[in-house]
Design a protein around this ligand. Structure first.
Ligand code: HAM
Length: 424
């Protein structure tokens, strides 16, 4: 493609969400925020970019997101800024900046925001993606874990999916817990280093836990015999996890224990979870989350435990498509299409459509002086239930023909009765 035609192409790994697909994005986003709001999670919007250091300290210098995937740039004032690659560190930053942790706890916040990651694009993996998520901050109670997990699970079900929940505890950053385990794991990995894929060998020093995430066949084979964190976590973490599991049983959320689930961001402690769904190929995680009890302190704040999740809208839609079912019908917003024939009728159509809109009814009309046939075609394309026809006869009599486009019934009513006729 010629260089100068690039302006007609969205940047690699990004895409436009066009109608009718955009209605589904809109619908899912609203469903998510409504579902989260009914559980007490208030919406928050953070800036699309933050100081780079926030992610370096929050998400972790050893994570792939920070080392390989961030969109980082200097602004004109010489600051290093980064487009938000994930939502949790910014939410925690906002909580600390505004002292929300000094108010009623837990602070419950929800978001639907774009995330930016420089990744190799493929099905279900883009360089800008939309995540809906919720964070509960300021409580270490395992019932908060259960509340958060049930909330994400229910939303995925309401969206039309059958999410498979994988659950694990990765302990906390303490010599008697995860640090002790990492020593054991590092010893095991050193012993098997020659059998590992070379990429995995390279990060042995920096991030041994990540080895569980490897998709390399050779590494996966080795990891089948690796010591598991669940056998090493401390009593307090074990007890916390047992309570999360039994609370999930109480509320009827099924899960599978997956001791190899480590997740990709360094702030996680204790409970971690991920949702797998069919039809996504290698990007089978539609969302995930976990506790991040040390995140506030990593950012220089007070001890402030928390847990949350993020779900990718694009992957949810891909999974729904692969099921071949869009179980949640999206009602089109146009309920009435006004068909007008002649100049006078066109002006009346503008007025009638606006009167209907002012009364809360979605309405549209023709602006291209199409033929009757063309306008009726446009009416059905718009998804309208009713076509209201203003022809010469109707204009002369001050009436309109109201046609139900589903049953094809048609009746003539006075102009001021149109609203009542389409309200059924
Ligand atoms: P994450 O697992 O990195 O977690 O991302 C959450 C979800 O966002 C993924 O499961 C996936 O559906 C979607 N996603 C991630 N990267 C891409 C991509 N490149 N293209 C398309 N979709 C993508 C987090 O970001 C954590 N902040 C979640 C969390 C909230 N943990 C605690 N609170």
């Amino acid at each position: 493609m010629a260089e100068d035609s690039k302006i007609f192409t969205a940047p690699k790994g990004t895409k436009d969400i066009l109608p009718p697909q955009s209605w589904r994005w809109e619908h899912l986003t609203r469903l998510a925020l409504d579902t989260f709001a009914r559980a007490g999670f208030a919406p928050i919007t953070t800036p699309d970019f933050e100081h780079t250091e926030l992610f370096e300290r929050g998400v972790g210098n050893a994570s792939e997101v920070v080392t390989k995937q961030m969109y980082t740039f200097p602004d004109r004032g010489g600051r290093s800024l980064t487009l938000r690659p994930e939502g949790t560190a910014p939410v925690m930053r906002a909580v600390l900046e505004h002292g929300l942790e000094r108010g009623p706890l837990p602070v419950k916040l929800a978001y639907a925001q774009a995330m930016f990651r420089y990744e190799r694009p493929q099905k279900g993996r883009t360089r800008q993606h939309l995540q809906v998520g919720a964070e509960g901050i300021g409580s270490a109670n395992p019932l908060l874990d259960a509340e958060i997990i049930e909330l994400s699970h229910r939303f995925l079900q309401e969206a039309g999916l059958e999410p498979h929940l994988l659950l694990n505890s990765i302990g906390h950053e303490d010599a008697s817990c995860r640090q002790g385990y990492i020593k054991v794991l590092s010893g095991f990995l050193q012993e098997h280093a020659p059998e590992l894929a070379s990429d995995d060998r390279q990060r042995l020093e920096t991030n041994p836990l990540r080895t569980f995430d490897s998709k390399e066949k050779r590494t996966v084979e080795v990891m089948k015999d690796a010591p598991l964190l669940s056998e090493y976590i401390c009593d307090a973490c074990r007890e916390h996890f047992a309570e999360v599991c039994s609370a999930l049983d109480d509320v009827g959320v099924d899960f599978e224990l997956e001791p190899r689930l480590v997740r990709g961001l360094d702030y996680y402690t204790r409970t971690t979870f991920e949702y797998q769904v069919a039809g996504l190929g290698s990007q089978s995680a539609v969302g995930g989350g976990g506790r991040y009890d040390g995140l506030s302190e990593a950012l220089g704040g007070p001890p402030l435990p928390g847990i949350g999740f993020g779900l990718g809208i694009e992957r949810i839609l891909l999974a729904l498509d692969s099921k071949g079912s869009w179980t949640t019908t999206v009602e089109g917003p146009i309920h009435v299409y006004v068909v007008a024939l002649g100049d006078e009728a066109e002006r009346a159509a503008l007025k009638l459509a606006i009167d209907l809109r002012r009364a809360g009814v979605g309405a549209d009309f023709d602006l291209m002086s199409r033929s009757m046939k063309g306008q009726m075609k446009d009416a059905s394309r718009s998804g309208a239930r009713y076509a209201v026809i203003l022809g010469e006869d109707e204009m002369a009599k001050g009436t309109a023909a109201v046609k139900d486009l589903v049953t094809t019934d048609q009746k003539t009513v006075a102009l001021d009765e149109v609203l009542a006729a389409v309200r059924t």
